[in-house]
Ligand binder design. Structure first.
Ligand code: AMP
Length: 196
């Protein structure tokens, strides 16, 4: 475990595994990338689904893990992973606020409504100027094609602007997206190039 992480990445992702093994593979790849680049993972603190896999893989690769979980979700999401820091907070709002504060960049992997909500919230916070940190959407095997098509139609219908769309980066390959986001956040290419 690295006590002075090079950067901090907040990962939003499913509390389930999804059907295809590609989702569990990509969660492990993301954790491995963070750990092997001396990074820190900030996540929801649980052991279920892709969330747990990202955390375990980060640790196995030598990264630091910060878990943040609301009291009410402790039974459901089981914070049994040996995080370097585990914060049990009173509300979901506190969890999301703390995750946002502790991270340099945000990335959403495949997930369900919790992931969607977290991704849209951090995107809206960026367009409101609450933060200026890079945000990525990992479009593994086209999982988010439908969402991106809907966003494009929202632009065409005049409810979303190109400027708002430019606040998020999308890619299908995890390492490519992670590298772009971390470099956009101002971390050195040398640091980011090390490891994988
Ligand atoms: P999901 O993508 O639905 O599997 O959820 C992934 C994570 O998002 C879980 O840790 C949820 O607790 C969290 N989450 C954050 N905000 C919400 C919300 N408003 N509704 C449901 N889950 C949420």
């Amino acid at each position: 475990m690295n006590n002075s992480p090079a950067f901090s990445i907040c990962v939003y992702c499913g509390s389930r595994n999804g059907i295809s093994p590609i989702y569990t593979q990509v969660a492990q790849e993301v954790g491995h990338w963070i750990g092997s680049h001396q990074g820190q993972l900030v996540y929801g603190g649980g052991e279920n689904g892709l969330m747990g896999l990202v955390a375990k893989s980060t640790m196995e690769a030598g990264g630091r893990v910060v878990g943040i979980i609301p009291t009410a979700l402790q039974t459901k999401e089981k914070p049994r992973i040996a995080c370097d820091e585990l914060h049990v907070v009173d509300t979901m709002h506190e969890r999301k606020q703390m995750m946002a504060e502790r991270a340099d960049v945000f990335i959403a992997l495949p997930g369900g409504i919790g992931t969607f909500e977290e991704f849209f919230e951090i995107w809206t916070w960026r367009q409101l100027g609450y933060h200026d940190k890079p945000i990525g959407l990992l479009n593994t095997e086209g999982y988010y094609d439908g969402l991106l098509a809907f966003a494009k139609s929202s632009v065409e219908q005049g409810f979303l602007s190109d400027a708002q769309m430019s606040l998020i980066k999308t890619a299908s390959q995890a390492s490519e997206l992670l590298r772009t986001l971390v470099q956009d956040a101002g971390f050195s290419p040398q640091t980011v190039a090390a490891g994988l």
